[in-house]
Ligand binder design. Structure first.
Ligand SMILES: [Zn+2]
Length: 88
């Protein structure tokens, strides 16, 4: 399956949240930390296996929550809380 690089922005204020290597062209529902390109502070969390040790994905600017931690280094993205932008 082809992958594309996308930027995830806060849906409220447009703040850059993360850069992601997405497989397929469908909606982003589940986010895998191992496919996070930036920032390092987020991608290095992929070694964390315990859900309770993963922080929620929160916009540092306006506090909007865009993703909730799940088991096994994944996040469930909150629909409508973020925007995506293709990276060329
Ligand atoms: Zn924001």
């Amino acid at each position: 399956m082809a992958s594309q690089t996308i930027d995830i922005l806060c849906g409220q204020c447009g703040m850059f949240m993360l850069r992601y290597q997405k497989k397929g062209s469908g909606q982003l529902i589940k986010l895998y930390l191992e496919r996070v390109v930036e920032p390092d502070s987020l991608s290095r969390l992929k070694s964390v296996s315990i859900k309770s040790e993963l922080p929620a994905l929160i916009c540092s600017d306006c506090g909007t929550r865009i993703g909730l931690p799940q088991k096994g280094g994944t996040y469930r993205m909150i629909k409508g809380s973020f925007r995506r932008k293709a990276v060329k």
